[in-house]
Design a protein around this ligand. Structure first.
Ligand SMILES: [Zn+2]
Length: 317
């Protein structure tokens, strides 16, 4: 009986020990799970904070930029949201435009530039510095001062990032847009082709009423050609499928023998054609000192900057 009691007690004790062990095991399991969860949360929180502070360190807030830099960044972001990420200060201390792929382009290197230097090697600030004279041509805008070529100072690396780094890449992004009875190859990127298509929609109903436009529109000069600007090693914006030439016989600064006659031609240029292009984000080469009356170029950032400065639109800050 004693043996029986001892065995029973032993059994009960063993059960208790086993139960206690099991409970401890379960407790340990929960403790481990809780610990792991806490660790995961901590790591997540830590990395989110690290990412946040990295971003804060990488991109400057508008309040830390000059009014000019903040506006330039805002119009570039609005025009090319997939490409433009922010601004930050580079290792050299200069402000830089940071692109979505991490590339950095100097925004302001602080160097004063002659017109020639602004054309050949602008920084982003120089590219946007001359404000495009939006709207109908005036006596003043028909007589631009020497070197006033808003839109002609292009940072080539920026255009390569916008439209493609090779002819093949650019062509892949192009589609055919109807323009005055022609099929024009234009880049789909950044809404360029869609904008040209809207220009066509604006002009198509008007063209039959204006036989005098014939000499302006025809023959059609074309759009996409991967080529350098005459007498330079810089790519023409036609290389990117983002520019269009009307009749190539229209006056061009390099070949024009009577530049004194240009302001009259600029003033006589059909207002409706100019309006249709500008309304859709294109600038006109007729407003440049280095006049190019056939040339329209998709530059929504310049049109937007001109509108903001004129007080037509407010950009969200
Ligand atoms: Zn052109």
């Amino acid at each position: 009986m004693l043996l029986g009691y001892a065995l029973t007690m032993n059994h009960l004790i063993s059960q208790r020990i086993l139960y206690a062990l099991r409970v401890r095991k379960v407790k340990r399991h929960w403790a481990r799970l809780l610990g792991l969860t806490a660790l995961t949360l901590w790591v997540f929180a830590g990395s989110a904070e690290a990412l946040n502070s990295a971003q804060n360190a990488q991109y400057l807030a508008d309040k830390d930029l000059s009014a000019e830099a903040a506006l330039d960044l805002a119009v570039l972001r609005a025009a090319y949201p997939e490409v433009v990420a922010g601004m930050s200060r580079g290792a050299s201390g200069h402000l830089e435009l940071v692109l979505a792929d991490g590339a950095r382009l100097v925004y302001d290197d602080g160097k004063p530039r002659t017109s020639k230097e602004a054309e050949e090697s602008p920084d982003i600030r120089t590219m946007l510095a001359q404000v495009y004279p939006l709207g109908p041509v005036t006596e003043q805008s028909a007589h631009p001062p020497r070197g006033f070529d808003p839109g002609r100072h292009r940072v080539q690396a920026f255009f390569l990032a916008l439209y493609g780094h090779s002819e093949a890449e650019v062509r892949k992004s192009c589609e055919t847009v109807r323009f005055d009875g022609h099929g024009a190859l234009f880049s789909r990127r950044h809404g360029a082709a869609a904008a040209l298509s809207r220009v066509e929609s604006r002009l198509a109903p008007l063209t039959p009423q204006h036989p005098e436009w014939n000499i302006i529109l025809r023959p059609f000069g074309g759009t996409l050609i991967w080529r350098n600007i005459a007498a330079t090693s810089r790519l023409s914006v036609h290389s990117f499928g983002a520019a269009l030439d009307l009749n190539p016989d229209l006056a061009y600064w390099l070949t024009e023998r009577h530049p004194e006659k240009i302001p009259a031609q600029v003033l006589a240029f059909p207002r409706e054609i100019l309006e249709a292009f500008e309304a859709e984000g294109f600038i006109w080469g007729g407003k440049w000192a280095a006049f190019d009356l056939m040339h329209f170029e998709y530059r929504p950032e310049l049109i937007l900057k001109a509108r903001v400065l004129r007080g037509d639109v407010k950009l969200p800050r």
